[in-house]
Design a protein around this ligand. Sequence first.
Ligand code: C6P
Length: 426
Amino acid sequence: MNSQVNHKAAGAGGRSNADTPALDVERIRKDFPVLNQQIHGKPLVYLDNAATSQKPQAVIDALTHYYAFDNSNVHRGVHTLSMRATDAYENTREKVRQFINAQDQSELIFVRGTTEGINLVAQSFGQAYIHSGDEVLITAMEHHSNIVPWQILCEDRGATLNVAPMNEAGEIPLDSFEKLLTDRTKIFSVVHVSNALGTVNPVAKMIQMAHNRGIPVLIDGAQAAPHIEIDVQALDCEFYVFSSHKMYGPTGIGVVYGKHELLDAMPPYQGGGDMIASVTFEKTIYNTLPHKFEAGTPNVAGVVGLGAAIDYIGSIGLPEIGAHEHNLIEYAEEKLLAVDGVQLIGTARNKAGCVSFVLEDIHPHDVGTILDQEGIAVRTGHHCTQPVMDFFGIPATSRASFGMYNTKAEIDALIDAIHKVKEVFG
Ligand code: C6P
C-alpha cells in the first residue's frame, strides 16, 4: 500500500497556480490498476469520473485485507474479529469527521450513498417538520436524487415544491432565489457542484441567505467531495450528503452529516437492529446518535474502503487535486471550443469536475459510441438531470468528467476522437 506516499511534485513540473504545487500525475496513475489497460486496442482514457471514479490500490487492498482478516459484524460481539471490525468502522467515522470538519462523530451517518442520504433527510426531517401548506425549495439544476425525494414528501404532506430558476450560463441568480425564501419554506436543498453543468454554486452565501429567514439547508455534495475541501462548520449547513464511490472509495456507501440538535429531534428513518436501546412489544427506545439512523448490518467493508479513500486523498491533498482538475477543465474548454460545431452546455464562472457539450446535431449517444471505439469513456445522456436538459432544449449532452489522474494528453485524445465523430457523421 502506498497511501502515505507524497505525490505532490513541488518544484518538478511547475506550479498549477500561485499556491498549489502540481501533482505527480504519472505516479498517481500507477496507483490505479484499472487505468493500465486497452479498450478496443487503444489506451483507456477514463473521463467518466462524475459517474464513478476509479479506485486506487490502497482502497482495493483495504477491502481485501478487511475480508481476509477482520470480517465480522459491528457493535454486536465481544470477540476479537467483531471488535476489530467495529474499530475499523468507527475509526472511519472519525476520518470522515476530519474530512468535512464536523464537530462530532455523532453527526455522521453511514448510508448507501447520496441518494439514500437525501431520502433519509426528506423522510425523517419531513415527518418532523413539514406539514400541509409548507414549502420546500430546490433549484433548477438538481439531480433527480434531489428532486424526487422532495416530490414524494410534498405529495405525502400536502406541501409545495418550489424551484429557484437558473440562467443560460447554468447559474442560480441569487435575487430570484431570495424571492422564493418565504415564511413557509421549511428547507432549502441545493447541489454544491452540478453533475450536468459543472457549476459550483455559491453555497456559503445561499446558506447565509436561507438562515436569514431561519430556513435550514441541505447540500448535495456528491460532486463536490472529490474536488473541493468541505468544512461543514464554516458553511454552517444543517445537512451535507455525499457518496464514497465518486471520491475513489467503494460503491454502496455514503455519508449524511447533520447538526446534532436536528438529528436528535428527527425520528428514525428505518427500524431494525442496532438502532435501538431497548425493545418490548409495548415500546422501543431508540439508540443514541448516530446509531439511531443506522438500522441493520451496515456496509462495513464499504466504510473501511471509504476510510482508505480519505487517507489516499489526504496523501495527495484536495487543494492540489482541485487545482489540477481546474487546469484540465480550462484546457478542455479551450480545445472543445476550437472544434467547429461544439457548444458547451454550462458556462458558469465557477466550475468543477466536468465539461458538458453537444456536437452539431449528432446525438450524444452516437458521440459516446465512437469515443468508446477510441478507448475514451465519457457519459452521454441526461445525467439524471432531465429538467436541466429541458431548460437547454436538448435531449442529452456528452460529458467529460475529471479526476486527479487525468492528463492534458487525454483531453487531446478526446479532441482527436471528436474530429473522428465529425468525419463519420459529417
Ligand atoms: N450522479 C452522474 O453520472 P448516488 O448515485 O446516490 O451515489 O449519487 C446520486 C447523485 C446525487 N447528486 C448528484 C449531484 C449526483 O451527481 C449524483 C450521481 C452520477 O452524474 C450518476 S447519475
